[in-house]
Design a protein around this ligand. Structure first.
Ligand code: PHB
Length: 395
């Protein structure tokens, strides 16, 4: 059963799928291994904001048709604190760039469908996935197919696009890894509700009770979040309590009212920042959440994963086609410059907009001054918008 392929990829999330598509476009074959079922991958609800260049890339690759039809193009965001509500016109502040609200699992559905239609291979439901010989010229990935049959991929290069808990990062010796992390003392309680649209763009709100975010999925389905204790049990949050918190935190400006509806999905996620500075070991490369995590406040997770593999795909193409490895040698350094800027932005948005009981009264006042400055300064707004729509790529 064992086969030899140029690139073996573990993980069928945004990083693994975009990489497989970019390599295919360059005429390089790859195989994706995924431990979850296709249904689980396509059904897991995640954040939904695509940076301007990601939507352009999808369009250019012929993957943007449904997104163009069903995605919501937002020209700005609304920010609130206390009784103040202000609009950031991102399109105007960035010279014409927008973001698209199109949920991650919809992107995955489109990319999986297109990959299989192109004749690509994705093995779902695999187990016991392990990297071997990554510091030799013949790295391997062993695994069991969904039916239990053992198998092996012999590769020229292997990629861990397998998320924070996958085997990719662990295949790098601990002594060679430099890891940086920050755990926030709060989490997000997220809901999906069958409710009409309450506002034409996203609302990020700082309230004395804690953060709240209003987002959307479609004209009939809304996505909303409230800050909560990350260790809290979702059982403590009956629907009425969630709506009461949302009304209180979001309805602070004028007579605007939030429309309610039936909640059909709810859950609590912790917030964390994490960077593994070593993104390569021999012929193993890490991409996406395997190497870095951002809190969702900046909506950067998927975008950062795609940015990694855009750099990595070019480097792999040069190595495989032209035997030039300088792109692979500089991959981690190039990717990390963008990663740290997204980490900074996500941390800044998170600290500015959340209630943090571990902060001093002084720090609290500084956060309020951050928001006040932002509300009144076009330069501050332009800096936020530049990050939100996606920083340009540097050489
Ligand atoms: C979402 O729609 O799920 C969403 C939007 C913006 C964020 C995070 C999540 O910053």
């Amino acid at each position: 059963m064992s086969q030899r392929i140029p690139v073996g990829i573990v993980g069928c999330g945004p990083a693994g799928l975009f990489l497989a598509h970019l390599l295919h476009r360059a005429g390089i074959e790859s195989v994706i291994l995924e431990n979850r079922s296709r249904e689980a991958v396509e059904g897991t609800i995640r954040a939904g904001v695509l940076e301007h260049w990601v939507t352009e890339l999808m369009r250019e690759m012929g993957l943007g048709e449904r997104m163009a039809r069903e995605g919501h193009f937002h020209t700005g965001i609304t920010l609130q604190y206390g009784p103040n509500r202000f609009h950031l016109d991102m399109e105007e502040l960035t010279g014409g760039k927008r973001v698209t609200v199109y949920p991650q699992h919809e992107v995955l559905i489109d990319l999986i469908g297109a990959r299989l239609a192109d004749g690509g291979t994705i093995h779902f439901g695999v187990s016991e996935t392990a990297f071997h010989d990554v510091d030799t010229d013949t790295p391997r990935i062993t695994f069991r197919h969904a039916d239990g049959t053992p198998d092996e991929l012999r590769c020229d290069y292997v990629v861990g696009a397998d998320g924070f808990h996958g085997p990719g990062r662990q295949a790098i010796p601990a002594a060679d890894r430099r890891e940086y992390s920050k755990t926030y003392p709060f989490g997000w309680l997220g809901i999906l509700a069958r409710a009409p649209t309450s506002w034409h763009e996203l609302i990020y709100a700082r309230h004395e009770d804690g953060f709240a975010l209003l987002s959307t999925r479609s004209p009939e389905i809304q996505r909303l979040y409230i800050q909560c204790d990350p260790r809290d049990d979702i059982a403590n949050w009956p629907d009425e309590r969630i709506w009461a918190a949302l009304h209180r935190r979001l309805e602070t400006a004028g007579d605007w009212r939030l429309a309610e509806g039936a909640i059909f999905q709810k859950g609590i996620i912790p917030l964390r920042s994490f960077v593994c500075e070593t993104m390569r070991h021999g012929r193993l490369f890490l991409a996406g959440d395997a190497a870095h995590i951002v809190p969702p406040t900046g909506a950067k997770g998927l975008n950062l994963a795609v940015a990694d593999v855009l750099v990595l795909s070019r480097a792999l193409e040069e190595a495989i086609r032209r035997n030039r490895t300088d792109g692979l040698d500089s991959y981690a350094a190039t990717a990390l410059r963008r990663i740290w800027k997204a980490e900074r932005f996500s941390w800044m948005m998170t600290t500015m907009l959340h209630r943090d009981d571990t902060e001093t009264a002084f720090e609290h006042r500084i956060r309020m001054a951050d928001l006040d400055f932002l509300a009144g300064s076009r330069n501050a707004q332009a800096a936020l918008a530049e990050n939100y729509v996606g920083l340009p790529f540097e050489a």
